[in-house]
Design a protein around this ligand. Sequence first.
Ligand code: 9MG
Length: 290
Amino acid sequence: MYWQTSRYQIDLTRPKVMGIVNVTPDSFSDGGQHGSTLAAIRHCEQLIRDGADILDIGGESTRPGAPPVSLDEELDRVIPVLREAVRLGVPVSLDSYKPQVMQAALDLGADIINDIWALRWHEGDVGAPSLHATEVVAAHPRCGVCLMHMHRDPQTMQVAPMQGDVLPQVRDFLEQVAEDLQALGVEKSRIMLDPGIGFGKTVAQNFALLARQAELLQTGYPLLAGWSRKSSLAGMVPRTAPPGTALPASARLAPSLAAALLAAERGASVLRVHDVKETVQAMRVLEAIR
Ligand code: 9MG
């Protein structure tokens, strides 16, 4: 199986590592250190040296409750980085839900649109939005797209998480948005699905999505898994730790690697991670037994 993207057909025979580049001063894990364009480009180069197969560049934090960023601010953050990143020799993904940012990124040669809103975001009911994300993707001849499941929105998703068995809900939603996109002319080979770990789900629901990942793969689409430094991993502390001990995001490397490895072993095709070098090493263990 391969993932068709603007410039690359990405071979999915082995899991691919997608390195996260947050061009945000308030990023939950980068603490703003890659906030400047230059630092972000240097970070892209480092991730490639570490073994990243794909770069995922975003200008707005998606951590629960993070404030939205204006269109102009997001363009100012990501476009200069994307302009350089597309010259680095690996597929470049844009992490954004705004159609105007998607269009600008694709015009610069970006390969993939990674959208936590699965192309459903719209600017509200006042005034018709001039551009729809589905149209931007459908109008492009080849770009890849990652459609993620999110319950509610980043401001409210953890206030009232999903109810009941999330597996059929997530699977049916993803299948439907993928079908709708194909009806607009987007080839199936361009589409990647993602259960959206941490986006409006409880800790138990997130782990159910990992334990029963095979049910998501029954859709016939490849899967992206984003477990890196997620809050569901905060409780992975020694049994001797005082009750209520939680790992900060910066201390979640070991459980992030374990989750990535389990996801890959259970069939995930792309792993979206902060710690590329360590994830690549973990994937070598999987390779060694295949
Ligand atoms: C932008 N972003 C943050 N977390 C993510 C996840 O789990 N998947 C995808 N596709 N994007 C994410």
